[in-house]
Ligand binder design. Structure first.
Ligand code: NAD
Ligand code: UDP
Length: 311
């Protein structure tokens, strides 16, 4: 039994991770400021004596007497809508916040994993994206608070490893979806499902020909655990699903699976919206023996069932 700190533990991915860690018999401290997370996501764990909640913002230092063995740093809004709402706060979470959590890891000699992102590749000129690709990122745009913030967070992780010998792990997560996404999250899968279930227009940005690769959250959590358990490998490593779909195809699938009468409408493409994105997963397979198992249609069905219950 280990003591795990999950920052951002009340969010979408964090809540699944907390649940899995508890299932494995660990003690879990969930730290969250509830900017995008929700108490509902962690309510199922409230009766578990191994679970505790700390309401805290990682931008402020966090101290605890309890010995922490491992830290998963997920504290950062992930949806463009939310990370752009207060861009400066997003940069702070990925710089000052990350320094605070790395400092905590150093003090506790804890292994620490950073939830980085495919966004660090920007609008990629290499396809699919391998970990050796340095990216094509605008440093002054509306997505930069997140993209550049996460790039700086990776820099900090590797500097803390070089300078302070902190035991780090960096994973680059590609678009992940599933139950516990907020209804107002704003990302494409939850938006389209909610719109389809309500029978309102499905809002495709641009011409819908931009692509993404969608990973079901259970697969992702397995990847996070595999990376945390791996010795002598810090990453960065891509985690995601290599199936590549246009946004228009995704809309079509969701309309079909929900048997919806919704129409699709086309809005302006947001600035710096990447044209294509698909992970090269060879390194994850080689180093972690990990690959995703859940096909998009199967994952969408589970996610639709969740949203049907809550809206
Ligand atoms: P989410 O918005 O549902 O969860 C983020 C959680 O962090 C929320 O509970 C939020 O309240 C909390 N949080 C935000 N800022 C904080 C702060 N300063 N201090 C404490 N808590 C804070 O998003 P998610 O999809 O669960 O993403 C989790 C992590 O994974 C994020 O770091 C995100 O960048 C990364 N990631 C997610 C995806 C994805 O597709 N879901 C892709 C790439 C990377
Ligand atoms: N998108 C869309 N309609 C929406 C929300 C998103 O067409 O209601 C598009 C968005 O412009 C992008 C893709 O879907 O091209 C994925 O967007 P998301 O916000 O889910 O993630 P990211 O852009 O960070 O990959």
């Amino acid at each position: 039994m280990k003591t795990m700190l999950v920052t951002g533990g009340a969010g979408f991915i964090g809540s699944h991770l907390c649940g899995k860690l508890l299932e494995l018999g660990h003690k879990v401290i969930c730290l969250d400021n509830f900017f995008t997370g929700s108490k509902k996501n962690i309510q199922p764990f409230s009766a578990n004596k191994n679970f505790s909640l700390v309401e805290h913002d990682i931008i402020k230092p966090y101290f605890t007497q309890e010995k922490i063995d491992q830290i998963y740093n997920l504290a950062c809004p992930a949806s463009p809508l939310h990370y752009q709402f207060d861009a400066i706060q997003t940069v702070k979470a990925n710089t000052i916040g990350v320094i605070n959590i790395l400092g905590l890891a150093k003090k506790h000699q804890a292994r620490i994993l950073q939830a980085s992102t495919s966004e660090i590749y920007g609008d990629p000129q290499a396809h699919p994206q391998t970990e050796s690709y340095w990216g094509n990122v605008n440093c002054i745009g509306t997505r930069s608070c997140y993209d550049e913030g996460k790039r700086c967070a990776e820099t900090l992780f590797f500097d803390y490893q070089r300078q302070n010998l902190v035991d780090i792990k960096v994973v680059r997560i590609f678009n992940t979806y599933g139950p516990n996404m907020a209804v107002n999250d704003g990302r494409v899968v939850s938006n389209f499902i909610v719109q389809a279930l309500k029978g309102i227009d499905i809002t495709i940005n641009g011409d819908g020909r931009q692509t993404r690769s969608f990973c079901y959250v259970d697969d992702l959590v397995e990847g996070l655990l595999a990376m945390m358990a791996k010795e002598k490998f810090s990453g960065p490593v891509n985690l995601g699903n290599a199936g590549e779909f246009t946004i228009a195809e995704l809309a079509e699938m969701i309309i079909k699976l929900t048997d919806s009468q919704s129409r699709t409408i086309y809005n302006k493409l947001p600035a710096d919206d990447p044209v294509k994105r698909k992970p090269d997963l060879a390194l994850a397979k080689e180093k972690l023996g990990w690959q995703p198992k859940i096909e998009l249609a199967e994952g969408l069905k589970k996610t639709i069932a969740y949203f049907k219950k809550i809206i």
